[in-house]
Design a protein around this ligand. Sequence first.
Ligand SMILES: [Cu+2]
Length: 427
Amino acid sequence: MPLPPVVPATGGVFAPKKMPPGMPGRDYQPVVVPNGTKCPWKIVDGVKVFHLVVEEFEHEFAPGLKAFCWGYNRQVNGPVLEMVEGDHVRIYVTNRLEAPTTVHWHGFLIPNGMDGVGGLNQKAILKGETYRYEFVMGQHGTLMFHAHHDEMTQMAMGLTGMVVVHPRKPERKIDRDFALVLHEWRLDVGSKRPNPNEMIEFNLLTINGKAFPGTEPLVMKTGQRVRIRLANLSAMDHHPIHIHGLAFHVTETDGGQIPKTAWVPETTVLVAVGQTRTIELEPGIPGDWAMHCHMTHHVMNQMGHGFPNMIGVKKGELDADVRKILPGYMTMGETGMGDMGEMGMPVPHNSLPMVGQRGKHDYITMGGMFTILKVRDKLDSYEDPGWYENPKGTLSIAATDQELKRDGIDPASDPKPVPGAVRGVGV
Ligand SMILES: [Cu+2]
């Protein structure tokens, strides 16, 4: 028996125009998902068919830290669904969780009954059931999807993701197009599942489900046109994403393209909860450039956050005294947290110590929502090219006595302040 027609008119004034399925290479250049995956699809009678399976599985946030999370197709905050404006898409969602769920298509212009708010737009998908979402994509842009049943729990466990809808006729050529989903988690040391009840103190901040040093670099060449799509479905925090070594334009939100005349140059873009922001850049200087959330607690890993403030504490004989009752005791943190990751202190099983990774020059005292743009003049492939070799004379190093003498700098003297104002008058 033939199946009934599936995309009848819904009324209203928005009428998406159905076109033949857009194909990679011919109609669009696929996005790159560092650390991530993309949802497979197939064409059935001119319809692009996807299948998402919702389930619990063990996820690795960074080497040494795993937890049981919820995700789609065994990918937290993913996989990326890629489609093209005018595609007729059909997305099956199979629920293997004990809990009911739904999928909301965030930012999509689609029939009301496909919007996925449990109770309001549809029945919840129960364990073992498979629901069908179907619509014609009448728009393009960087959109999202997420559970819309018991949101607080299900999104905190990882049920979020990005949808990239390519335009039929791109306005400009993009050489590298990256998809990054931001997220935050509360994962207590020793526990095997994130805590969805947390509303303030998140201790694990991720890009595509990975905390630095688990994040893969974004590899690109100088002079290329690069797009980075950022999506934030964290529970509570907005993320000001900052990139070093270049300025970019914010070109798109989840509401659509920003007209070129309104592009704003930035080095930091705020991606609020529930938003996508798309930026474009043309890296001009080769190197290993940091890209990270500028909230300083969002570039720390577990265990760095709830520490007592030991800055400036003179520990004197304290350690020796405490060791009499607590063998092996060591006071930490009196100069800050920077040394913690490198100390090689024994850490609890399945935990991610304070910070970092050994870099080319020293220990990188960063973690969490941190990754690296690896910009090179020449590349044979987009594999990680390793650390940047600084051309002679372009690396900051300790000043020599000769240099200090030449420039009249005495490290033991105090620079004399220039008054910022004299009685209210600028000088
Ligand atoms: Cu942040």
